[in-house]
Design a protein around this ligand. Structure first.
Ligand code: DC
Length: 218
């Protein structure tokens, strides 16, 4: 059985999570936040103090990830880690372990399992290029580093997580570099993706644009 898939890829803090969530709600589709899977793995790695050089042990954490999603809440085993996985330290570690081929391989089947009736909106870096290459609609969201660091700063402060805008800007640029330059599944638009620069666009306008593309490809 094949159910429709919409992929929304893009760099850190491009707004893809918010847009993907809203599109999924509007269509009554399931939602996959693939970045959360890398963040969950990173959190487990940090807590167990596993060295970045120990690829085998890190891949094992990904392979045996016991996680669940309820609305916007994320659970590692039975613990609600929705806030913990958003910490910058976890995001940075997620970006590092995401460059390890065995980790990506370990999370492959788990990501595919989110494709369920009546459909899926999947957000990440390689949703349209690697995980769902035959998706019905592919969108690649971008935004300037400045716009993204301001957004990330606002998000963190709203959640009560301390943040420094200059550090965020540096972290974002470094993470972009790592995500786009890695040899396996680098961040790049699929050849058939619709590009959307959201630097000066509201979330609502971005959602409406994706909905128009979706209507056009039905
Ligand atoms: O979207 P995010 O910031 O929550 O993702 C955290 C990290 O996980 C990101 O820096 C790169 C990695 N990631 C990835 O390599 N592939 C994905 N499909 C999603 C995230």
């Amino acid at each position: 059985m094949s159910f429709p898939v919409i992929t929304i890829d893009g760099p850190t803090a491009s707004g893809k999570g918010t847009v993907a969530h809203k599109v999924a709600d509007l269509l009554g589709f399931h939602y996959l936040d693939s970045g959360a899977l890398y963040r969950l793995t990173a959190l487990a790695v940090l807590r167990r103090e596993i060295a970045l050089s120990d690829e085998h042990a890190i891949a094992k954490q990904a392979e045996h990830l016991v996680c669940s999603f309820k609305g916007s809440e994320v659970f590692l085993a039975h613990e609600n880690v929705s806030l913990a996985i958003r910490a910058e330290e976890v995001g940075v570690m997620a970006s590092k372990i995401a460059a390890l081929p065995t980790v990506r391989q370990a999370l492959f089947a788990l990501q595919l399992s989110f494709r369920r009736t009546p459909g899926l909106v999947a957000d990440g870096r390689d949703m349209g290029t690697v995980i769902f290459p035959h998706a019905n609609l592919k969108v690649f969201l971008t935004a300037s580093v400045e716009a993204r660091s301001q957004r990330r700063y606002k998000q963190l402060i709203e959640k009560g997580i301390p943040a420094n805008i200059d550090d965020l800007r540096k972290d974002l640029a470094a993470r972009d570099e790592r995500d786009t330059q890695r040899s396996i599944a680098p961040l790049k638009p699929a050849a058939d993706a619709h590009l959307l620069d959201t630097s000066d666009m509201s979330v609502e306008d971005a959602v409406q644009q994706v909905m128009r593309w979706w209507a056009a490809c039905r």
